[in-house]
Ligand binder design. Sequence first.
Ligand SMILES: C[S@@+](CC[C@H](N)C(=O)[O-])C[C@H]1O[C@@H](n2cnc3c(N)ncnc32)[C@H](O)[C@@H]1O
Length: 401
Amino acid sequence: MPAYHNLIVTCPLYCEDLVETELRAAGLTDLKIHHGAVKAKGTIEHAYRVCLWSRIANKVLFPLLDFEARDKDELLTTLTAFPFPDHFSVNDTFAVESRISHTFFPNPTIASLVAKDGVVDSFRRRFGKRPNVDTKRPDVRLNLFLEGNKGTVSIEIAAQGLFKRAYRRRGGEAPLKENVAAAVLLRAGWKEIAARGGPLIDLMCGSGTFLFEGLLIAAGIAPGSLKESAGPEKWLGHDRLLWRKLLEEAADQKRKVLSGRLPLVHGYDFDRTAVENATVNLKEAGLLPYVRVKRSDFTAVKKPAGQKIGGLVVANPPYGQRLGGGANVASLYLGLGKHLSEEFDGYRAAILAGDRELARAVGLRAEKLHTVYNGPIRCTLAHFDLSPANKYRPPREKKGT
Ligand SMILES: C[S@@+](CC[C@H](N)C(=O)[O-])C[C@H]1O[C@@H](n2cnc3c(N)ncnc32)[C@H](O)[C@@H]1O
């Protein structure tokens, strides 16, 4: 029976429940939700499966030690005494990233520097030499979490952030993070709509993040199967055979589902470069045959002809912050609401708006609102049922339109 370990899966804020659902489905146990993370127990196979299959996780962390320290010297002594050479080679580079709260360090950077010294001293004790630090592309990433005087040092499983799916060669102006796009689609019920055969339509697709994630969700493709290698190659606890087996399993599944029946996934954008970016990204990932991308203003987009099953319309319009704009932005949201109500009767819509005011500017009754962080921007995700009962009523007291 394989050993169960404590695991920490980090994720974007307000997505913890989605990760919990994924981990439960993957068979992990003892799940506990924290701020931006879910703690769980699982085997190495569970951890690898999460790396390959989670649509929402940022990182999978394997805790090496839990400790208590009253000050920086105690932290240094504790880390120096820990056998880090059992976990990675002195010839590999490493970096320490810290998250701290209510503790003796004034900021995470200093915490990382002290932790780094402890790791270096642990190697010096054993070999008389030390591994180098590389903060940009380290072979091994360590993670220090410190709350008050209680802390955990973990090693990151998976070579880079899991949200980087490797399909985005071209980013465009304000691309969504891949796992945030997946969270939006899951919140909007896309998995269920796709299972019924409904289409996905992104009215402002930019670099195509919703198109990719929509296809991966509908087809049941592991996001990790798009990468050449995301294995924790430098971790001495890495089980290469197991990783390879799971990677091949995910690749087989991808081949199988892509030869089956898939829902329509259509993306539009009025910007020529955005359409080019999305097309190139899809082509390089081998997914262009399954998605249609076309240059068009959203006001000209119609329901796919002959489609009886209601689908999902998504849009991540400009917020007026990252893309500039401001004055015209509210009128863009107004126009979006009007077009949705006139054209997409029987569909559902999910609009990732810059804030609540912009979500209101859509002029349709939202069934539900979610908070979603798009980078540092606190956005509002509004869900609409586009039935005739949901009448388009532009809000009166609009400023800046
Ligand atoms: C925030 S970006 C979308 C980013 C996209 N979700 C991604 O991950 O790459 C907004 C997009 O809306 C497009 N856009 C703005 N006004 C539009 C309009 N009237 N019709 C179609 N697209 C529009 C812009 O060209 C831009 O690509």
